[in-house]
Design a protein around this ligand. Structure first.
Ligand code: HEC
Length: 245
């Protein structure tokens, strides 16, 4: 809008100046009327209206110049305003971009920290597991050493064991290497080798008697009960001896 008005104003100014120039030209070029008697034109008559016209033109031109300069001022102002707005928008966008980048960097840093912490936790868990496993192994080994020591201290020599078995009446039905009525004790040991829970079961079986575990060997003959005829401690010693074969 301003542009159009300015263009119009400038072209109007051009016209005025052009017209003005022509008039001046005329005034310069047209020779002063010959002072003849016939043409009694008063000498001052011509210049006066010309001067008025010139004055008007100059006034109008001044007004126009003022208007144009105002428009120019306005335009310059609005251009400056627009430039300021653009500058601000760019600055805002830059700020936002910087902010976004900073936020992203912070998020990445946080994620990295979390990962490091997770890894550390996992490491701790692994160490704890390993420690626990090592402790368990040590405890198991210690237990085994203790029980082995116990067995060793209560175990009888083969001769003493066989004497005890004989006194207890076992050898009527058992031998170490041969099936008699009951299974060979070496076969009993071989069947249960590695089964830690079997000792108590066998002690109970010898105490209470029973059948069913060796039917294929014995044809289903039961073993008689030995408690309380044989002391519990002796039954335990006999079972330990049998399992050690
Ligand atoms: C009258 C015969 C007889 C006498 C005496 C006897 N046993 Fe037995 N024994 C058997 C028979 C039969 C079996 C098989 C039982 C079965 O099939 O479960 C057996 C099984 C056993 C077993 C294995 C049990 C199982 O469940 O695998 C042991 C251990 C055993 N005898 C120890 C002894 C001891 C120790 C004595 C002496 C205190 C003894 N026996 C005396 C007949 C006898």
């Amino acid at each position: 809008m301003n542009k159009i008005m300015m263009t119009l104003a400038i072209s109007a100014l051009g016209l005025v100046i052009g017209a003005c120039g022509k008039q001046e030209e005329q005034s310069v070029q047209s020779p002063p009327p010959a002072p003849t008697a016939q043409l009694e034109v008063p000498a001052a008559a011509a210049p006066e209206p010309m001067a008025d016209a010139l004055e008007t033109v100059v006034e109008e031109a001044e007004v126009m110049i003022e208007e144009v300069s105002e428009m120019v001022d306005e335009t310059v102002e609005s251009v400056a305003e627009q430039a300021e707005a653009v500058k601000q928008a760019v600055a805002e966008q830059t700020d936002q971009a910087v902010e976004g980048a900073v936020e992203k960097a912070a998020a990445v840093q946080q994620a990295a920290v979390a990962k490091v912490q997770d890894t550390a936790k996992m490491g701790e868990a692994v160490v704890a597991d390993a420690t626990q496993a090592a402790k368990t192994t040590v405890a198991q080994v210690a237990e085994k050493v203790t029980s082995t020591a116990a067995v060793t201290t209560t175990a009888l020599s083969q001769e003493d064991a066989l004497n005890l078995a004989n006194r207890s009446g076992c050898l009527a039905c058992h031998q170490v290497d041969k099936k008699v009525v009951g299974p060979a004790w070496a076969d009993v040991a071989a069947r249960y080798r590695g089964d830690a829970s079997v000792r108590d079961k066998l002690v109970a079986k010898v105490s209470a008697g029973g059948k069913g575990n060796w039917t294929d060997v014995t044809g289903g003959v039961p073993m008689p009960p030995y408690s309380p005829r044989v002391a519990d401690a002796d039954i335990e010693k006999l079972v330990d001896f049998i399992l050690s074969l």
